[in-house]
Design a protein around this ligand. Structure first.
Ligand code: NAP
Ligand code: MG
Length: 403
């Protein structure tokens, strides 16, 4: 059978531990037999990051800017234990952090739903995608403990040297705490654009919420910027696509999310996104079924699984034991990247292949063939647990049957 041709390469970022093993198997079993893969390969495995003084991470992000699409395997973020394990020269930064800073992107996380695995909120029949603003607020704060008798003020010095002061609080009868936060108009604007673009991509409504009634300058600025960007750049495109932008207060948003059926993008301020993404992913059942895509304001896409390198399974694998590691989110990272490549290059065969690969994956699980994590929670009656590699081969069989 003739392999599907690609016009432009995509950037391939290899990674660590169990997900690195899955990466190769996914390519061998589910991609290379069907697609004449054009990829620019970067090895972000910790060993190679250390050998290159982490330059390979920066190079992979630069290549992503050039080609517009990347697919990334999970990678180790070094800590003290990894320093010894890998004999590292330095405690290299999180690759995801480095790549996100270079692409200035927003991360969208979406669960993959399958029959048999019911979300904790059973009415969530469609996925909720969470977009987290990844700049500022409490994550770049300045804070102090202050002594009784102190007066705390907010002081701003403008470019001409003029000072504006405002009292925060005078601690007359007790010690206390204060905190200074900031955000940047251009970062909020970029976040708004990324969310609206992704809404158009998925043809789904975009929700955004803050606490503008209480925070009349800070949170209100977020609300205003979202509205300005929407009105100026997206209103007509949204109307044409039949989707909506919806703003409400954060507490009202939480109540509506719980009552909803899913099927929209929920744009969150940094802290809300941190908290809500863990709540939403847990409620959908399994971290191994959560995809993640980093989208830059100028339309560059990097796809990956939301989970880590599954270290515990890797050590079993190294001892020669069989593992039953779920590769679904990593497969969907590949299908997402191939589909986006196909859209950008106008190669519908590639998009169709991505659709089939996802269908075959879901079909495999819905026919009862699954890895251990899903086996534990699936309510299907005739379910069967398979090992990591067998699972991929089962998907391959169904993929062949579709061709
Ligand atoms: P993890 O790799 O996500 O795994 C935590 C646990 O979740 C696993 O031990 C496993 O539970 C379960 N799990 C996660 N993914 C699974 C899958 N695909 N199939 C089956 N079970 C799965 O998190 P971690 O162990 O905290 O982190 C390991 C390494 O990953 C760390 O070095 C961290 O820096 C890195 N990490 C990377 C990324 C990224 O690159 N995006 C994200 C997060 C973490 P059981 O053991 O109970 O089976
Ligand atoms: Mg969190």
């Amino acid at each position: 059978m003739a392999k599907i041709q690609m016009k432009t390469p995509l950037v391939e970022m290899d990674g660590d531990e169990m997900t690195r093993i899955l990466w190769q198997w996914i390519k061998d079993i589910l991609i290379l037999p069907y697609v004449d893969l054009k990829s620019e390969y970067y090895d972000l495995g910790l060993k190679h990051r250390n050998e290159t003084d982490d330059k390979v991470t920066v190079e992979s992000a630069e290549a992503t800017k050039k080609y517009g699409v990347a697919v990334k395997c999970a990678t180790i973020t070094p800590n003290a234990a990894r320093m010894t394990e890998y004999d590292l020269k330095e405690m290299w930064k999180s690759p995801n952090g480095t790549i996100r800073a270079i692409l200035d992107g927003t991360v969208f996380r979406t669960p993959i739903l399958v029959k048999g695995v019911t979300p904790y909120i059973p009415t969530w029949t469609a996925p909720i995608t969470i977009a987290r603003h990844a700049y500022g607020d409490v994550y770049k704060n300045t804070e102090m403990q202050v002594k009784k008798g102190s007066k705390a003020e907010l002081v701003v010095t403008d470019a001409e040297g003029n000072e504006t002061r405002q009292e925060i609080f005078t601690f007359k009868d007790t010690d206390g705490i204060i905190q200074g936060l900031h955000n940047k108009d251009n970062s909020i604007r970029g976040f708004a654009r990324a969310c609206f673009n992704y809404g158009l991509d998925l043809k789904q409504d975009v929700w955004f919420a803050s606490k503008d009634t209480i925070s009349k300058k800070y949170d209100h600025r977020f609300k205003d910027i979202f509205q300005e960007v929407f009105d100026a750049e997206y209103k007509e495109k949204f109307e044409a696509a039949g989707i909506e932008y919806f703003y409400t207060l954060i507490d009202d948003a939480v109540a509506r999310v719980i009552r909803s059926n899913g099927g929209y993008i929920w744009a969150c301020k940094n802290y809300d996104g941190d908290v809500m993404s863990d709540m939403v992913s847990t409620a959908y059942g399994s971290l191994a079924m959560m995809t993640s895509v980093l989208v830059s304001p100028d339309g560059i896409y990097e796809y990956e699984a939301a989970h880590g390198t599954v270290q515990r399974h890797y050590y079993k694998y190294l001892k020669g034991e069989t593992t039953s590691t779920n590769s679904v989110a990593t497969i969907f990272a590949w299908s997402g990247a191939l589909r986006k490549r196909g859209e950008l290059d106008n190669t519908p065969e590639l998009c169709a292949f991505a659709d089939k690969l996802e269908k075959a994956t879901i079909q495999t699980i819905e026919e009862g063939v699954m890895t251990g994590d899903l086996y534990l929670i699936s309510k299907l009656e005739n379910k069967k647990k398979v090992d990591s590699e067998e699972f991929l081969k089962e998907i391959g069989k169904r993929l062949d049957a579709m061709a």
